[in-house]
Design a protein around this ligand. Structure first.
Ligand code: UD1
Length: 449
C-alpha cells in the first residue's frame, strides 16, 4: 500500500458515435465486463483511494456502472465536450480536496495495467511534476507527439497543431497522465484553447510545467496497453488482447488449456490449479472452477461454481446459480440453472435441471427434465441423496424426491416420492398378440400402388 494519497480521475464522457451505438462507448464490454469497469478496477488496484469519474450529460447508465463497481466514487458531469483538460476540470471539486498523486485515465483504454499506474505514482513520489505514458505506435497518425529537448520532455504537440518536423517524432502520448497534486490545479487552470481544434488540451500541461521549471517524465510502455477503443474493430482487438492476457494468467496459475486460443474467459473467472480446459470453452461472468476440475470441449459456463474434481461437458451449459459439488459430473447436452448439484452427483446426458437441488451421489438419467415453470412462477425440485431418476422423466415442480428413492424411466412425477420408494408414473405397456398380422392385407394392397 502506497502511503501517499491518490486521486484517480477517469474520463468517461465519450459518446458511442464511432461505435454506431445507442450505448455509451465506455459501457461496451471486453471479457464480460464494461471497459469502464476494467479501468475502475485498475485504478483501484493502483491504490487510488479517491476515484472521480467524469461523465457526459444524460449518462445515467454510465453513472450506474460506476456506482456498481466503485460505490464510493464521485461523479462529475462535463456538460459540453470541450477537450480533455476541460473534462478533467469538471472534477475540480475533487482536485481542490487534493491528493499527493493525481492519475488521469481515459475510460476507453481497458488494457492499462495497475503496474503502470504504480510506476507513475513512484515517479511522482521521486519529484516529477508530470508523468506521461510514451509509446511508439506502428502508425503515429492522430496521436500527440512527445517533444523532447536534451532528453527532457518539454511539450506534447497534438497532430493537428504539429509542424512537419514534430509529426516525424515517433514517440507518442498514450493518454495516461500523472500529476503532482501540489501543482495539478494551477497547471490545469492555465490551459487555454488557442489551437487547431479550439479545445482545452490536457497535454498542454506539459509545456506549462516546463515553463514553471517542473520536471516531466516519460514512462515508455507497449502500444497494446494504451489501445483506445472507439470503434467495433478496436473493441474486437481489445477483446483479443485481453483474452490473451487472461489465458496466459490461467496457465501461469496452473491450468492446462489444450487450445488456449479457443477458450474465452471473463475478467472475473477464477480457475484453481490442475484444472484442464478443453478446446472451445466460453466463460461468462461469475465463474469459479475448483482444483482438478475438467471442463470438456464446447461448454458454456456463466455465474457457476464448479467443485474440486468435477467434470463438465462436452457440450454442457451451466447457467447462473449453478453450484457443482466435489466430483460432480455434468455431461453432454445438459443445461443447469439455479441448481445445486451436490458432491458426486451425476447428470450425464441430455437434461434440463433448473431451480433444483440434486443430492449427494444422486444419478439423474438421460433426458430428465425439471419442469420448473408453470407459465407464471418458478418452482423448486428437490432430489435427495443417492436418488435415482430413470431416463426421460419429467419432474413437475414443486416436487421432492426422497433420499435413495427411485423414479421409473419415462415417469411424469407430480407428487412427492418418499425416501427409498419407487415411483412409476407412466402408461402401462399393453401387448396385443398377433395384432401386426391383421394389418397385412391392407399393407400388400398399398405396396401394389
Ligand atoms: C488524446 C491526447 C493525445 C493522445 C491520445 C491517446 C489530448 C488533447 N490529446 O487525444 O495526445 O495521443 O489521447 O489516445 O489529450 N474526453 C472527454 N471530454 C472531452 C474530450 C475527451 O471526456 O471533452 C475523453 C474521450 O471520451 C476519450 C479521451 O478523453 O476517452 C480522449 O479524448 P480524445 O478527444 O479522443 O483525445 P485524442 O484525440 O484521442
Amino acid at each position: 500500500m502506497n502511503v501517499r494519497t491518490c486521486l484517480a480521475i477517469v474520463l468517461a464522457a465519450g459518446e458511442g458515435t464511432r461505435m454506431r451505438s445507442a450505448k455509451a462507448k465506455v459501457l461496451h464490454a471486453i471479457a464480460g465486463q464494461s471497459m469502464l469497469a476494467h479501468v475502475l478496477q485498475t485504478v483501484r488496484a493502483a491504490d487510488a483511494g479517491d476515484v472521480a469519474v467524469v461523465v457526459g450529460p444524460d449518462s445515467q447508465a454510465v453513472t450506474d456502472e460506476v456506482k456498481r463497481v466503485v460505490p464510493d466514487a464521485s461523479i462529475f458531469i462535463q456538460r459540453e465536450r470541450r477537450g480533455t483538460a476541460h473534462a478533467v476540470l469538471a472534477a475540480k471539486d475533487a482536485l481542490v480536496k487534493g491528493a499527493d498523486d493525481i492519475l488521469i485515465v481515459f475510460g476507453d483504454t481497458p488494457l492499462v495495467r495497475p503496474q503502470t499506474l504504480k510506476a507513475f505514482r513512484d515517479t511522482l513520489a521521486r519529484g516529477a511534476g508530470i508523468v506521461i505514458a510514451g509509446f511508439r505506435p506502428a502508425d503515429p497518425t492522430g496521436y500527440g507527439r512527445l517533444v523532447q529537448e536534451n532528453g527532457k520532455l518539454v511539450a506534447i504537440r497534438e497532430e493537428k497543431d504539429a509542424s512537419a518536423a514534430e509529426r516525424a517524432i515517433t514517440l507518442c502520448n498514450g493518454g495516461l497522465m500523472g500529476l503532482s497534486g501540489m501543482h495539478a490545479l494551477s497547471l490545469l487552470e492555465q490551459i487555454g484553447d488557442t489551437n487547431a481544434k479550439k479545445e482545452f488540451y490536457l497535454t498542454d500541461a506539459v509545456a506549462l510545467a516546463h515553463q514553471a521549471g517542473l520536471p516531466s517524465e516519460v514512462i515508455e510502455i507497449g502500444e497494446d496497453e494504451v489501445l483506445g477503443v472507439d470503434n467495433r474493430t478496436k473493441l474486437a482487438r481489445g477483446e483479443a488482447m485481453m483474452q490473451d492476457k487472461l489465458r496466459a494468467a490461467a496457465m501461469e496459475n496452473g491450468a492446462t488449456l489444450v487450445a488456449p486460443e479457443t477458450v474465452y474467459f471473463a475478467a472475473d473467472t477464477k480457475i484453481g490449479s490442475d484444472v484442464t480446459i478443453e478446446p472451445f470453452v466460453v466463460f461468462g461472468p461469475g465463474v469459479t472452477i475448483g482444483d482438478k476440475a475438467v471442463i470438456r470441449a464446447f461448454s458454456h459456463l456463466e455465474g457457476a461454481t464448479v467443485g474440486e474434481g468435477a467434470t463438465v461437458g462436452p457440450y454442457a451449459r451451466l447457467r447462473p446459480g449453478t453450484k457443482l459439488g466435489k466430483g460432480a459430473k455434468i455431461g453432454n447436452f445438459v443445461e443447469t440453472k439455479a441448481a445445486s448439484i451436490e458432491d458426486g452427483a451425476k447428470i450425464n446426458h441430455l437434461s434440463y435441471v433448473g431451480d433444483a437441488r440434486v443430492g449427494e451421489k444422486a444419478n439423474v438419467g438421460a433426458g430428465t427434465i425439471t419442469c420448473n415453470y408453470d407459465g407464471a412462477k418458478k418452482h423448486h425440485t428437490d432430489i435427495g441423496k443417492g436418488a435415482f431418476i430413470g431416463s426421460n422423466s419429467a419432474l413437475v415442480a414443486p416436487v421432492k424426491i426422497g433420499d435413495g428413492a427411485y423414479v421409473g424411466t419415462g415417469s411424469v412425477i407430480t407428487d412427492d416420492v418418499p425416501a427409498n420408494a419407487l415411483a412409476i408414473a407412466r402408461g402401462r405397456q399393453a401387448i396385443k398378440e398377433g395384432w401386426a398380422l391383421t394389418l397385412k392385407p391392407a399393407k400388400n394392397k398399398s405396396d401394389k400402388g
